[in-house]
Design a protein around this ligand. Sequence first.
Ligand code: NAG
Ligand code: NAG
Ligand code: NAG
Length: 368
Amino acid sequence: MIVGLIAGIFLAQIFETPEINTSFNFYKKTDEFQNSYESKNYSFTIADTLKREVRILCWVLTNPKNHKEKALHVKRTWGKRCNILLFMSSEEDAELPTVKLNVAEGHENLWLKVKEAFKYVYKYHYNDADWFFKADDDTYAVIENLRYMLYPYNPQTPIYFGFKFNHYLKQGYMSGGAGYVLSREALRQLVEKGIGNPKICNSGIPEPEDFEIGSCMEHLNVTAGDSRDFTGRGRMFSSDLEFHLVPPKFDTTFWYWSFKYYKNDDGLDCCSDLAISWHYVDPYLMYIMDYLIYDLKIYGLLQTPQALPAKLKVGELLPEPINQPADTNEDSVDDEDRFDNATMYRNDSNLSSIELNNILKLKKDADA
Ligand SMILES: *[C@@H]1O[C@H](CO)[C@@H](O)[C@H](O)[C@H]1NC(C)=O
Ligand SMILES: *[C@@H]1O[C@H](CO)[C@@H](O)[C@H](O)[C@H]1NC(C)=O
Ligand SMILES: *[C@@H]1O[C@H](CO)[C@@H](O)[C@H](O)[C@H]1NC(C)=O
């Protein structure tokens, strides 16, 4: 028992992420130029152009307890790359700063809070951005790659993108944790036609906010877009990077398996080279990801970015990815291989509502 206890303490030390000292100055000396890519002497002119052409307003769902523990670290890492960054909370905080919404905190009020947040964004920032990205305070996002994905789309097309779940709705809905992004037209329809009309958006006892937004979108005929890259690899993820990159032992009860819409490879084929977002990223990892993505370089390697795609007309969508390597590359394990042990998760009709509710409860617990 003593050996077990010691081993346990030892393992806990390895796996427990240290608490972050929020008073520490995380900014690098060059961060006074944080919005100018040239300061790092990167050839970032394309990213700069995209920053002007594909303007993204990010709004982060947070609460007073998380202002310092989580939201502040979003601001210091990925959040600063958005054209506009807002933190939606129920209390004022000058340091972030926050938008104080007139709603109570708590899981049961999340849907109300999300509706109020979108109304605020529509009222004060409709003309300041082309796309409106909602994220949680444990989301990590690469905004440059989000701009690249959105570049061909016309913001007047009623569409939204995220990590797609396959349940409950015909066109599926987007994970709240991976973040979802609405075109300007989708935002307009949501606020002008959806919120406040109980036939379109739920005004009663809510399910999770991500489902509710998805339901509004389906009723509004706003398309649930496909965020995969042209090879079929995912770009937005409802789980953390490790889960896909170094997959854990298969657990049929984990909600992911019944909720994902597209299949996905495990291992190095899991994620697009131009991936955009992950969920369950604690502040500690946000700094590590920021360093690995934005600062660490390989001496002597220069990268020439591929040409930008042609712009689409209003209402036009890109064709479906050709699903490679997911269908053809059997060198790596993929979701379908894992399903062999859990065929009941293949589709809705094989899953009883009790089973689905159990899985949904596990998912809610994980998100809470
Ligand atoms: C936190 O960081 C500040 C500023 O660097 C430092 O003065 C303080 O001692 C640190 N606190 C702890 C508990 O390490
Ligand atoms: C970037 O290049 C300029 C001009 O060559 C140089 O003066 C400057 O020190 C460089 N900055 C960095 C951060 O390397
Ligand atoms: C969505 O499309 C359907 C079928 O075309 C139509 O009946 C419905 O009125 C549309 N909904 C809205 C809110 O425009």
